[in-house]
Design a protein around this ligand. Structure first.
Ligand code: ADP
Ligand code: MG
Length: 330
């Protein structure tokens, strides 16, 4: 498949992956886009449904346009949402034998960068974890990253941002981060079901044909393995987990509101929700909560303007590799 192909472009897509089960009779049936609950006959429609038999490669093909857009300078975010054990980590990260979305995208990203001689790319990555509103650097565990805010956005300071020059370097970074996730798992009970893992890639694209120009595109791609979506009442057995549970729930609820507003094109409402996350309940001052939503702020916020940004850049560079058709804005 051509990496430049903009198949299935859309601002937000919700895809379902059905987890394989050993039971013979599944309680749901599904088409390519609809889940049907046989008991009630109710059906739910999504952008795509991956059957339980879907391979890691098949799932990747359906999110590949996001990687392709990132390489054209458009921000993207891939979130895995679901209960603990539903297959989020398997889908996002996977294993070297069964590579998930991050590992598979590494191959595509460097195939593209190495084939594109008329542009210069600089790729960097951070890999962090958010546990109970505290940020951990999964690359350098000595760091104590903080979420900071400027006039227009939120950003993380104090986490290592590593320059990546090859597919192997990217895979190596994932291994280091993954080892630290497992290490933290061994010292904290049920840790991974209560933390969000965020792998962030940053790309700078320069046009080598026009070295005098300082015009460059910058884009961010997030892969997010969210905490388990099970209800807080199911996981709270003591005060500490109640605190964890309410933080997870608050964040997931805010995500839902932002995504709903985005999908309904309610630009004003979407901005209001994200901005409100930055205030405490009385509407004044700063609220330390919902760091995950804040970390993703730029990526969510700028998808409304990034199509125009790229169009501008492309018109300047007249690059035949990229599609010049107006990107799907809705
Ligand atoms: P989560 O991150 O949502 O808690 P995991 O990704 O860790 O769940 O999946 C739980 C277990 O099920 C893991 O052992 C994983 O390898 C396995 N698993 C999940 N989805 C699949 C799948 N589609 N095919 C094969 N094994 C899967
Ligand atoms: Mg997991």
């Amino acid at each position: 498949m051509d990496i430049n192909k903009q198949e299935g472009e859309g601002r937000i897509q919700v895809q379902i992956r059905i987890r394989p089960t050993e039971e013979e009779n599944s309680c749901i049936s599904a088409t390519e886009t609809q889940i049907i609950l046989p008991k009630t006959g109710n059906s739910y429609t999504y952008d795509h449904i991956h059957a339980a038999t879907a391979s890691q490669q098949e799932v990747y093909e359906k999110v590949r346009p996001i990687i392709s857009q990132f390489l054209r300078g458009i921000n993207g975010t891939i979130l895995a949402y679901g209960q603990t054990n539903s297959g989020k980590t398997h889908t996002i990260l996977g294993t070297p034998e069964q590579p998930g979305l991050i590992r598979q995208s590494a191959t595509d990203i460097f195939a593209f960068i190495n084939s594109e001689t008329r542009k210069q790319f600089r790729l960097t990555a951070t890999f962090i974890e958010l546990y109970n509103e505290i940020i951990f650097d999964l690359i350098n565990t000595n760091n104590k990253p903080q979420l900071r805010e400027n006039f227009t956005s939120f950003f993380i300071s104090g986490a290592d941002e590593i320059e990546i020059n090859s597919e192997d370097e990217l895979l190596n970074l994932i291994e280091i981060g993954n080892k630290n996730i497992h290490f933290r798992e061994t010292i904290m009970n049920q840790h991974s079901s209560r933390s969000h893992a965020l792998f962030r890639l940053n790309i700078e694209i320069n046009n080598t044909k026009d070295l005098l120009s300082d015009k460059k595109l910058v884009a961010t791609l997030f892969f997010v393995d969210l905490a388990g979506s099970e209800r807080f009442s199911l996981i709270s057995s003591n005060i500490q987990s109640e605190k964890e549970g309410s933080n997870i729930n608050k964040s997931l609820l805010t995500f839902r509101k932002v995504v709903q507003a985005l999908s309904l094109q309610q630009l004003k409402q979407q901005k209001m929700i994200i901005k409100k996350v930055g205030k405490n309940e009385s509407g004044k001052g700063k609220d330390e909560k919902c760091k995950d939503v804040k970390i993703l702020y730029d990526s969510i916020d700028s998808c409304l303007t990034s199509d125009e940004k790229v169009k501008d850049f492309e018109e300047d560079t007249k690059d035949h590799m990229f599609h010049t058709e107006k990107a799907n804005q809705q």
